[in-house]
Design a protein around this ligand. Sequence first.
Ligand SMILES: [Zn+2]
Length: 393
Amino acid sequence: MSIFYKSDLIITNDGPPLRNGIVEVNDHGVIVSIFQDDTFQDYRFVEGILIPGLVNAHCHLELSHLENKITPRHNGMAGFIDQIFSGRDKTNMLECTNAMLLQDKRMFEEGIVAVGDISNSAVSIDVKKNSRIHYHTFVEVMGMSAASAQSRFDNGVSLVDQFIQNNLTSVSLALHAPYSISKKLLQLVNEHLKNNSASSIHINESDDEILFCKSKSGPLKEVFEKYKLPVNDFDNITNESVLIDCVQQLNNASPFILVHNVKTTQAEIELANRMNANLYWCLCVHANKYITNETPDLTNYTNDSLKIVIGTDSLASNHQLSVWEEVKTISQLNNQIPFEQLIKWATINGARALQLDNSIGKIKPGYAPGLVQVSNINFENPIVTFDSITRKI
Ligand SMILES: [Zn+2]
C-alpha cells in the first residue's frame, strides 16, 4: 500500500524544486511517483520542506563514548591528540556500545540514512548490523614506521574481512592521515584499493600536520615522542603540498573522500581534481572549531561543480553527530551558498561518495532515499536558520 506525502516545497535533486508536490511511497520506502494535483485529497501534509535522506560522509561511531571527554580548543591538533592518547584503554565496553546505540538512533531520527564511518576495531559491528542506517565502513590503518607497515596492513585487511563475514559488505580500507603513516603502508593500501576502491583520509586539518609532514618537527613531533611513537622512522615527508602528494600516491582511491581541508587552497583543489576525477571534499566544521577553532575558507567551495560532502567527525570533537547542525554552521560561515546547493552537499553528494547514488540521494521513482522534513523554515525563500530542524518521516 502506498502513502502520499504533500509538502510546501520538495527538493528532489532530480529536477527543479516542486511547490505543493505529492510523493507516493510504497511499504518498502521506495518512491512510486511524484506529481502535482490540487484536486488530490488522500495525502499526509508535511509542513515546510521535504528533502531526501541526509548522508554523514565522515563519522567515527566507535568514539561515541568520548562525548564531553575532550576539552575543546585545548592547544590545537597536538593537544587534541594528546588527550585522545591519554584516554586510551579506559574504555568500558558496555558504555561504548550504549553510546553507539544512542547516537545511531539520534542520527536516524534527524534523517541521516547513510554514514561513511571510520573504524579501527570491530566494536561497532553489532550496532551496524541492527541499524536502520546504511553504513559504509572505512577500516582505518595507521603506523609511521615502515617496519610495521605489513602487519598494520594485514590487521586492516582482516578487520575488513570481519565486517564482510558479518554481512556488512560495504567496507574498504582507509588511511588515517599523512602524518601517521609510512610510505610503505600507503603503497600497500593503494595496491589493495585496486580491488576495493572507495577510500578516505584526514587531510590539511592543521598547520601542525603540514609542519610535521614537511619537516618532521613542531607540536605533533613533541606529542608523538611523549607517547614513544617511532618519529625517527617517519618517511612520508614532502616538500610540496601534503594534499597533492597524498592524492598522487593514493591514485587507486576512487571515490576518495578528503576530510577536513581547513588548510586546503584553491590551487590544491584545482590540481587535485585534475589528478583524480572522483575526489570528494568533506567539510567537518564543528570538529575544526572544536580542535583548532579554525575553519576552511568556504569561498573555495562555492563552485557548484565541486563535489562537497558533509561529515560530523566523532563525539571526541563534536557535541552532536548531526548533519543538519553542520549545515547550519556552514551557512552561517558563508551565507552566499544557495539553499539547494547545501542540500546537495548533505544528501546526493554524500550518496555518490559512498557509491549509493542508485538508491538514495534523490526523490525519484525507484529510489528509496528516506524522506526528511525540514521545518521552522521559510519555504517561500529557503535560508538555513538556527531554528530550523530536520526529522525523518
Ligand atoms: Zn575523523
